[in-house]
Design a protein around this ligand. Sequence first.
Ligand code: ITT
Length: 197
Amino acid sequence: MRVVLATGNAGKVREFADLLAPAGFEFVTQATFGIEPPEETGHTFLDNALLKARYAASRSGLPAMADDSGLEVDALQGAPGVYSARYAGPQASDADNVDKLLKALADVPQRARSARFRCVIALVMRADDPAPYIGTGVWEGRILSAPRGTGGFGYDPVFEDPGSARSAAELGAAEKHARSHRGMALAALLAEWQRRR
Ligand code: ITT
């Protein structure tokens, strides 16, 4: 099936290319249609994933899939959460966000640096689809005191995977997919897809 991937994040596009190929989904990015990411006005990952998917479907006339994700840090009462992409400001780069996070946690000891990535993926067949396919995923870990590794994107260099004691940026792509919030969310969505077909 051909779907529009409703994201402007190049890191997500790379991961979806790996994750969707074996499932038989062919995707085109929303940029191909000249679609700009809409303003994310939702208060939950689910609200924003649906908002992005519906917007791309309305502009393209095709089924659309969107991912809303973020990092929840316990010592920061769940921040940056749904605001992860804009944590250091509206135009923040990944490096700006990581820098702000490390500064916010400067006095927090190792044992209190627990955190998790959350991801919600929504697939709509059309803009007003009343029964979207939804998958959710969580990846538990810990925030490191300094960045490590060069892979991945976003907060990966400071997110430690407890199973391997490596940062998410030190994992290979396939290793990350096997553990990640995005890998889990997409597997759940595809399972629902299979059930309902
Ligand atoms: P789109 O909305 O266009 O998809 P975005 O970057 O704004 O792109 P989100 O609103 O979902 O995406 O924000 C998610 C942020 O959370 C993202 O910018 C990353 O900083 C972070 N994030 C999500 N998944 C991540 C991952 O697998 N590794 C590292 N950081 C991640």
